[in-house]
Design a protein around this ligand. Structure first.
Ligand SMILES: *[C@@H]1O[C@H](CO)[C@@H](O)[C@H](O)[C@H]1NC(C)=O
Ligand SMILES: [Ca+2]
Length: 339
């Protein structure tokens, strides 16, 4: 038992330093300081003297980059000045969302970006709509469920989302983020994350390896990563910008960024794999339909369920009959052998 615990502990430590990709290839991580934002935040925003640039209502203090204060109608962002040309990477986001608002009377959330565009104000958590690239959102206000009460009744437990909700979206420049529906039509995956007003540190972890997008969260103060989403076939071009943004409306929160740490992952690829990975120019997700979290067409209709059950039972009945026939034949021939 003790040995097992030690082994588990060692595995955990190993995981922190070099983690295994899903097919067991070992990866090494290197912190890339030029794409990271950590304390002390030296002269952010002063032109040319930093790798990062502030925008809107964002403010730097000694302890955090405050994207928005806990006040109505604010929006702010911080953007890397340099495009990132890494193929495989991992972004660890240390953030804090807190405010006076009671549960569900706060908003609207923050976003972490890897996009072609940078420094453009807009309605998507303070960033432009019709963006090109990846957005991971921590949405703290359930617009859809608040404003479309009637539709709520149509949710099955599987498709109802509990807020705050973390979700990922990939834009190609002509896809809109549906704010009133909390991005449901374009969601590729997500999870609930109770991140507000916590005493302990909260982290978001975004990994992009071999076109696989993995988001994990560490929000329980246990130093454990919890799976949020894991999607293969996500095609993101190189040379985009990392950024983070937040917005408040009638409801507000402090949206604080404590650090962004970007790790380069070195993944061994075979020659064949290298060749197979043609250059991506437009972001996209393979088999997008599979990832949609829709309630339209979600679940089976009564008739579909009826026929599914009917045919399953017919199938089972047939199997039993065939089984019995085979068994009796076998029994017969065995008896014949004995006499
Ligand atoms: C962007 O994605 C949408 C929806 O998948 C598609 O209809 C559109 O053609 C794409 N645009 C580009 C420029 O690829
Ligand atoms: Ca929302």
């Amino acid at each position: 038992m003790a040995r097992m615990m030690v082994a588990t502990y060692l595995m955990f430590i190993a995981y922190l330093h070099s983690s295994l990709s899903d097919d067991g290839h070992e990866m090494e991580e290197f912190l890339k300081r030029e794409y990271s934002l950590t304390k002390p935040y030296q002269a952010i925003g002063v032109s040319g003297s930093s790798h990062w640039e502030l925008m809107g209502d964002a403010m730097v203090t000694t302890d955090q980059v405050r994207l928005t204060p806990d006040m109505q109608s604010k929006q702010g962002a911080v953007w890397s000045r340099m495009p990132c040309h890494l193929k495989d990477w991992e972004l660890q986001v240390h953030f804090k969302i807190h405010g006076q608002g009671k549960k569900n009377l706060n908003g609207d959330g923050l976003a972490v970006w890897y996009t072609k565009e940078r420094m453009q104000k807009g309605p998507v958590f303070g960033n432009k709509d019709f963006f090109t690239g990846l957005g991971v959102f921590v949405d703290t206000y359930p617009n859809e469920e608040k404003h479309i009460e009637a539709q709520k009744k149509r949710y099955t437990p599987r498709t109802q989302r509990i807020f705050p909700y973390v979700l990922a979206m990939v834009g190609n420049g002509s896809i809109t983020y549906d704010h009133e529906r909390d991005g449901r039509p374009t969601e590729i995956g997500g999870c609930n994350a109770m991140v507000r007003n916590l005493k302990h540190d909260t982290f978001l972890f975004i990994r992009y390896v071999r076109r696989r997008l993995t988001v994990m969260i560490d929000i329980d103060g246990q130093h454990e990563w919890r799976d949020c989403l894991d999607i293969p076939g996500v095609r993101l071009p190189m040379g985009y910008y990392f950024g983070a943004s937040a917005i408040t409306g009638d409801l507000s929160d402090n949206h604080d960024l404590i650090s962004l740490k970007l790790y380069q992952l070195t993944v061994l690829r075979s020659k064949q794999e290298e060749e197979d990975e043609e250059e991506v120019t437009i972001p996209s997700v393979d088999n997008m339909e599979l990832h949609r979290n829709y309630y339209e067409g979600e679940g089976m209709s009564g008739i579909a369920i009826f026929f599914t059950v009917l045919f399953s039972m017919l199938g089972l009945f047939l199997l039993i009959v065939v089984g019995l026939v085979v068994y009796s034949h076998w029994n017969e021939s065995r008896r014949k052998r004995f006499y």
